[in-house]
Write a protein that binds this ligand. Structure first.
Ligand code: UGA
Length: 441
């Protein structure tokens, strides 16, 4: 099937690559000519495991092309995805200008039936807005042309985006006509083979499903972080508690890891966007507010622990920091706890020596030539003559480090671990002063 996708960002790019892998003829449109040019040469602008192979494969088979030419892309396909960004506005609501602009562009060039599929995360009611933008544009062109709008939210996780897209656990489609539903079934036929994964509903419910999913996941994390803070005060170990509650299948083991707060381009943004939507319909969403507040506080936990370890005597110290991305297997640092911690440390007069396997360049761009922040090429180099080590992201290479070397390199054998990677008993035996989250003082 011929498919066009507007937006060569995380969602659009992964979707384009995976749909071309299963044999669809996909054109991906982006407004950035340099990005399009690079993509056509197989150069991927983001770090995402497995994506480069798929893109190169799609290009060489001639099933995947990148273009800046919107008109060509609109003529190319009956099914057109909108997968452009919806960054937060000043008030936290999703900024829909890019989505609506694409809708207008589609209507500007379409002359026959199209199904316009919204993949971007958009507030409830956006499907209806897209519909009216298209209708108005067609009217102003004096063109009579049938079309459908579909909501098809994306549930992929950064760092596992390709695998999530190749093996989705559900495909949510919000549709209003059988014609559009059948086209959606055709697009996803390959993924729906072994058992039914398509969950069909109305457009507004599909839009809310996306927010409800992310907000539920964020709620689980903030809840666990609250339990971890409580466990610390009560002398309990959150790791035992996590196993104790996760064994109940109604709760489950997934996504209940406490830590130093959630980040990324989705949870913080989506909680705020749904809070905004709630306000618009005069609903006081108390749980959502609390989830956000708990998370903001949790991002300060590491600094507070360091402050406590050194009895407030932080000026002039050097801290080694492992992990800058908001989670492992990505170079993305949007809303990352590492940035909150770095800012607090720099403000307190502390020098930071930081290492991350992928996100050094991103952080380098954010801080420029900040003298008190050194980004090292090896995790071991970050440790040299530092007063303590702080772990912010649970990259695999931090799981079994050379503890002897850590002890030799640091001025004091202090580890503050925001991801509970090590056993407090083992760390004690090794002679470390070790602080996890929710694991006792
Ligand atoms: C999230 C959702 O998990 C995806 O299903 C969704 O499609 C995506 O947002 C989106 O809306 O596009 P993502 O932001 O890539 O995916 O990352 P997650 O793996 O969900 O992690 C988010 C944050 O939660 C990270 O900072 C992570 O460290 C933290 N986290 C996760 C915890 O603190 N504890 C956990 O148990 C799990």
């Amino acid at each position: 099937m011929k498919i066009s996708i507007f937006g060569g960002g995380y969602v659009g790019l992964v979707q384009a690559a995976v749909l071309s892998e299963v044999g669809h003829d996909v054109t991906c449109v982006d407004i950035n000519p340099r990005k399009v040019d690079a993509l056509n040469r197989g150069l991927i602008p983001i770090y995402e495991p497995g994506l480069d192979v798929l893109v190169k494969q799609g290009l060489s088979k001639g099933l995947l092309t990148f273009t800046i030419d919107a008109e060509e892309a609109i003529q190319h396909a009956t099914a057109i995805f909108i997968a452009v960004g919806t960054p937060p506005d000043e008030d936290g609501s999703a900024d829909l200008q890019h989505v609506l602009k694409v809708a207008e562009t589609i209507a500007q060039y379409m002359n026959e039936y199209k199904v316009i599929i919204n993949k971007s995360t958009v507030p409830v009611g956006t499907g209806a807005r897209v519909k009216s933008v298209v209708r108005e544009q067609l009217k102003s062109r004096n063109v009579i042309c049938e079309f459908d709008v579909v909501s098809n939210p994306e549930f992929l996780k950064e760092g596992a985006a390709v695998a999530d897209c190749q093996r989705p656990d559900r495909i949510v489609i919000g549709v209003e006509s059988d014609k559009a539903a059948n086209i959606m079934r055709e697009i996803y036929e390959h993924f729906n083979r072994n058992h039914e994964k398509i969950i069909q509903m109305d457009i507004r419910s599909a839009e809310l499903t996306k927010y409800a999913a992310n907000c539920m996941l964020a709620t689980k994390i903030s809840f666990m972080n609250e339990m971890a803070n409580l466990a610390e005060k009560l002398g309990a170990d959150i790791e035992s508690v996590r196993q104790g509650i996760g064994s109940d299948p109604r709760i489950g083991y997934h996504f209940i890891y406490p830590g130093c707060g959630y980040g990324g381009s989705c949870f913080p943004k989506d909680i705020n966007a749904l809070l905004n939507t709630s306000r618009q319909v005069s609903y006081d969403a108390k749980i959502l507010k609390a989830v956000d507040r708990v998370n903001q506080k949790q991002k300060q936990v590491l600094f507070n622990k360091l402050h406590q370890v050194f009895n407030g005597d932080l000026v002039g110290r050097t801290i080694a920091l492992w992990g800058l991305s908001f989670k492992p297997e990505t170079d993305d640092t949007r809303e990352a706890t590492s940035l909150v911690l770095i800012n607090a440390l720099l403000e307190a007069g502390v020098a930071v020596q930081a290492y991350d396997p992928q996100a050094r360049a991103e952080v380098g761009n954010i801080y420029g030539d900040q003298e008190e922040l050194t980004l090292t090429d090896k995790k071991e180099d970050a440790l040299i003559a530092a007063d303590a080590l702080v772990i912010v992201t649970e990259w695999k290479e931090f799981r079994s480090p050379n503890f002897e070397l850590i002890q030799q390199s640091l001025n004091y054998p202090i580890i503050v671990d925001g991801r509970n990677l090590y056993s407090p008993q083992k760390m004690k035996q090794l002679g470390f002063i070790y602080y996890g989250v929710g694991r006792g003082e």
